[in-house]
Every structure is written in C-alpha cells, then in structure tokens.
Design a protein around this ligand. Sequence first.
Ligand SMILES: [Zn+2]
Length: 416
Amino acid sequence: MSPPPSHADRLAAAKLWLVSAARQPGPDAPRDLPYLAHAVYAVVTVPSSEVPRMTCDELWRVYINTDWLEAAPIRAIGAELAHLTWHLLHDHAGRARDLRVDSTTAGQWHAACDAALEPTLRADDLVPDELPRAADFALPAGLSAEQYFAALSKLPASNGESTRNQPVEAGCGSGCDGLARSHELPPGLDLAQVGKDDANQIRRSVAIAYREQITDRGSESGDAWRWTQQILEPTIAWQPLLGSAVRRAIGWTNGNTHYTYTRRSRRQSAVPNVLLPGTRRPVPNVALIIDTSGSVDDHLLGRALGEVDGALRGLGVTGSSVTVLACDAAVQTVTRVRKARDTALAGGGGTDMRAGLTTAAALRPRPDVIVIFTDGHTPWPHQPPAGSAVIAAILGRPEHTLPPSPAWARRIECRL
Ligand SMILES: [Zn+2]
C-alpha cells in the first residue's frame, strides 16, 4: 500500500523541509520546526485517488493523491502535511464528537478548525492554499475551534452557505471531524496506524518541544499556545500554580527560607563595624494590574489576588514594594497597599491591558514582576515590558475556552 519510491521521496523531502534548519532565509527555505518531527514522522501515508490533495483519519493515516504529490512544490506538500498534523495534534475529531458534529455541520466544523489553526500555520509561513481564515467570516483571530464553530453556526444561511453546503467528502478527513469516509481504511491491528496512547505520547512530545521553541521566539500563536497548556497542565489546580509562578518570578527557590530583603542582620549590633550579609538581595518590586472592566468575576478575582498576596507575604514582599494598578480601557488608580485585596477598584469600561502595562513599566523603581489579573479579552503589546517578568492570571469559568495571551507572559488560567 505504500507509495512508489518517487512519491516517498517527495514526502520525505517535504518532512525534511518542515523540520530542518534553514541555511539561508527565503520563501522556500526549510521551516526549522523540529517540534513537528515527532508528529510528521509518525503519520502513515496511504495513496488515494479519491482525495484532491491530502486528508487524514483519526488513526493518523494521511491519504494522498499521488498525481497532486507529483506536481506540487515541496513547500505546498509540507504545508498540507503540517495543516493535517495540527488537526491530529489538536484532536479535532474527538472534539467534534463532543460537540456532536454530524454530516450537516461538518463543513462548519472544518472551517472553524482551519480558522483556529491558521495563525499557528501563518507564524511559520505554512498556510496551504484555500485555507479558511477567521477574517473570511468577519470573526476575530485567535479563538478556539469551538468558539468559531459556535459563531459560524449562528451565521445567516446566505453567509454560512459556503461552509454549510460543502460535501463531507471534501475537507480534511475524519481526522478533523470523526466522520468516516469511503476512501479511508478501516481500523485494524494488522494495519499501520497510530492508536490513542501513542497519539497522546506524540502530543506531549510536540507540546513540550513547541513550548520551548515558541518561548525562544516569542511569537504569538493563538490556539496552539492554549493547546500546549492543556496538554501539559491539564488538571492541575491553578492556586498553587499562581503562587509558585510568583515565587519563581521573584527568584525564590527554597520553600523554607524567608529572605530578609531590607532589614540588616540581627547580628549586626554585636559587630558594629562589619556589614553582615543580612541583605541577601534588593527588595523586589511588584506591580499588580487588575482588569476592572465589568466582565471580570469579583469572587474569582478576590481568590486570585488572595493567592498572590499569600505568596508575596510568604516572601516578605509587602507594603511599599507592591503597587496596584486598576485598569480598564485606561489606568484608573495607582496605589501602594499593604494587601492587594484591600484596594478600592475603579473602572468598569472597556478593556485594554496595554495601558496598565505601559504605566507599570514606567514605575520607578521598575517592577521586577508584573502580575496581570484579567479575563483576557484585551489587546496585548507585541513586546514584553523591558526588565520585568510578567505573569498573566487569566480569569474565567470552567466551561469557557479562555482567550490567548502573549507567549512572553507566564500564563496561569484561574477558573471559578
Ligand atoms: Zn483543515
């Protein structure tokens, strides 16, 4: 069943083009995506004359039209392969089942998944021809497939026509929607395939490698970043994560040691002319930016603030070294407080955390750590503030997919 050698060669070249480093930049230069290697070398390829280019099924079998494979440039083959691989990594088929996607809604689900993938693919200049974009449906970028699907389902018939009437045979295969196609092989132990456990193992390997690469590059990646969080930190309670993110950002490693930041050593009076190492390091300055636009849940905000308060108190960081900024579309109040929870919060308008970050970055002394509490429905600056570690506490309800935040901020999803 495997393709003849020349086809295999073209596929091998496309995989290599995806994962190897470029000697020189350029549109046809290799994409340098080593994280994708775990996945693209796991897919099983099957020649098929019934698909226009490539489709995939849930067992990671990729069906390829060999006429297309012969004629297509290597970069187009690589882009299609990356596109299908991301469907498999995101488990779009399993998620489609959760939403009860059927043959009448599969077209919308494909468009929703492709729109969610598009920013990830675009970041690496890997968008295949004809891939739907969020902008095609006048929807914002960076949402999840479920959010796009919900929005597309509400479109009036005339606008939704193109997705609604697409035959199920088109599209990306059952690897995207879980609906078996006539050209797809049956599941079978004697056939080459990737089972559930192996798929989860691959997802984990890719997520770890992807997170490293994206942190180095600092690029924005929408749904893919959210995906790595879900794969790598699926069920951990957010409270200890938020506390430890604060401690780590301040650079405090030993759980039992309290640093004295400003006070001199107690032994100092006994040896007046010698400066003892009581001051281990300068007092860290912390800025808390609180999204006071009406959409943030007060109760959840209180709990998240309490967690950060507790972590800071445990480190002896209190009072004048903590600045609280209440921010909606602009910064409303700036206060230095003993306890973040005591702050009177003004605001309630639109949301723009860029204003809060700009004000925080201009504080003197400059904050070592900035913690932002927000529902995430805000624009973000492209660059992190210089010299400050940023933690984004994204507040939301358990059933919601929370909006993306920039890769340069340590993201903690806090749910009621
Ligand atoms: Zn697709």
